[in-house]
Design a protein around this ligand. Structure first.
Ligand code: SF4
Ligand code: SF4
Length: 500
């Protein structure tokens, strides 16, 4: 059916600069650019442009500019361009609108309404260049009290802990949703930096099992790739109940993306759709969840913390309390702006609550119930910079998962086309021609650079607050003040308004 939609992007090519090298043509998986031999010039079809900027970045003469198309529908406060385009697409396809990455609606971003404290005269600030600053973080259940023997050794037997050199882990991204090269890059960077990557629900390829000590291995509703060896390869086992980008619904990897390698890793036939149901078919209550947690502990000889990941939904605090009481060692909460490889747009943009509110509510509830020490909290969904992370830790997180920032570090431009299987940056694709573009030597270096830069910035912020260990900041909301927030928001966040 003929498309009635207007293009989203305008491509401007400076013909005086263009050397007809055809790099743009080769770099574009959407076949936007082509060479007209008769006219000896490059032409383009901007209707198909995803705005990923690959051609502009790689054009050797910087002859290309790709920008939002000025074509406009008549301005209308109600019927905005997005609603018109989406509606036209659905009238042409009769299908659910799919999208990738995280919610891009203008919901409040509370990180931008929270400010950090800094020491001035009393409790002076610390110079992180001259004094030791501790970002090391241990995740896992902590005892109610510690007993020490006369010789100074620990009498209390600790539950299994994982040690991170920085409170930043890479979010769950499954092999199949991302390329092998992207997963290898994440695994190598996590190992080099002393943190963790997360297999997502797609299993762990055999050739990456050497990075298992730095892997969170997921056990999701589809149980793809889950067997005893897989569970024991990882350092943490995570039961995925929900995901911030699509709470309440399952996952779907189309059969055409299930290549031989993915079929082997997921333990499903090649070419078949990999459908993860919305619920785990053996979990209909907290008691059922508790049985799975304990089954996984039994399977891993009680040597690994068990994490349970949920989407941030309206009653996240009560759910988290149940999860901790069910025996989880870590609760991961994924907020409204969490990313995904593919989700219905209607779900991604309208379901769930911001991570800032969910995190504060969960930390408060667990403290009120006296069980905060029984599980670590990992917050996820929408972290953009090191200061967001410092604020999250002051709100109550032990650590954070980052997904989109890691992808951006590898080259992603947040074009939101991950669901299509065409990623010109070689990240969210299983197409060998495209995925080979991502060089794990380079991508893992870019990831460790990001972790390094953010960790340095976090130490600077801690030093400014006069805090020399990230542990001391956790849940210390006195280091936060709200700006431009209403009373109810300050109350949920548990922070005072600025000036008070
Ligand atoms: S990459 Fe740049 S220089 Fe090469 S053909 Fe395309 S527009 Fe011209
Ligand atoms: S991973 Fe690739 S397809 Fe997905 S948003 Fe980033 S650049 Fe686009």
């Amino acid at each position: 059916m003929k498309s009635y939609s207007l293009p989203d992007f305008l491509i401007e090519r400076d013909d005086s600069r263009c050397i007809r090298c055809r790099v743009c043509e080769r770099q574009c998986g959407w076949n936007v650019h082509s060479y007209d031999a008769e006219e000896d010039k490059m032409v383009h079809n901007e209707q198909d442009c995803a705005g990923c900027q690959r051609c502009a970045v790689f054009c050797p003469t910087k002859a290309l500019i790709v920008r939002p198309h000025p074509y406009g529908y008549r301005p209308n406060a109600n019927w905005t361009k997005d609603y018109l385009s989406d509606l036209k697409k659905q009238a042409e396809t009769g299908s659910i609108l799919l999208t990738g990455m995280g919610n891009d609606k203008s919901f409040p971003i509370y990180w931008d309404h929270l400010v950090l404290n800094a020491s001035q005269v009393t409790n002076p600030s610390i110079d992180p260049l001259r004094e030791p600053m501790e970002l090391r973080t241990y995740l896992g259940r902590k005892p109610d009290r510690i007993e020490v023997l006369e010789d100074g050794t620990l009498k209390t037997v600790l539950a299994p802990q994982i040690k991170l050199e920085t409170p930043i882990l890479f979010s769950a991204m499954s092999y199949g949703a991302i390329s092998f090269q992207a997963m290898e890059s994440l695994a190598r960077a996590a190992t080099e930096f002393g943190t963790m990557f997360n297999t997502g629900e797609g299993g762990l390829p055999r050739s990456l099992r050497k990075y298992g000590k730095n892997a969170v291995v997921q056990c999701a509703s589809g149980r793809f790739g889950v067997d005893l060896e897989y569970l024991n390869t990882g350092a943490v086992v995570e039961i995925k109940i929900g995901q911030g980008a699509k709470p309440g619904i399952g996952g779907h990897l189309p059969g055409k993306k299930v290549t031989d390698a993915i079929s082997e890793t997921r333990m499903i036939p090649a070419g078949t759709d990999a459908l993860s149901p919305a619920p785990h078919h053996d979990i209909y209550s907290i008691e059922d969840l508790s049985m799975l947690i304990h089954a996984l502990k039994e399977a891993t000889n009680y040597e690994k913390p068990i994490s349970v990941k949920i989407a941030a939904v309206h009653n996240a605090a009560a759910i988290a309390s149940g999860i901790v009481r069910a025996g989880a060692d870590i609760v991961a909460i994924d907020g409204l702006r969490g990313s995904t490889g593919a989700a219905p747009k209607s779900i991604r943009d309208n379901v769930g609550i911001p991570i800032e509110l969910a995190l504060a509510a969960v930390d408060t509830r667990l403290r009120q119930e006296g069980i905060r020490n029984q599980a670590s909290i990992i917050a996820a969904g929408g972290f953009r910079c090191s200061s967001d992370i410092v604020k999250a830790i002051a709100l109550g997180a032990d650590a954070v998962y980052i997904g989109t920032p890691a992808l951006i570090a590898m080259g992603c431009t947040v074009c939101q086309k991950c669901y299509s299987g065409i990623c010109n940056w070689g990240i969210c694709t299983t197409n060998p021609y495209l995925s080979k573009r991502l060089n794990p030597n380079i991508a893992s270096r870019r990831l460790t650079n990001l972790l390094n830069a953010w960790s340095h910035e976090m130490k600077e912020m801690l030093g400014g607050m006069g805090v020399n260990a990230i542990e001391s900041l956790r849940g210390n909301r006195l280091h936060l003040r709200g700006v431009g927030l209403q009373e109810w928001e300050l109350e949920v966040l548990g922070v005072r308004g600025a000036g008070r």
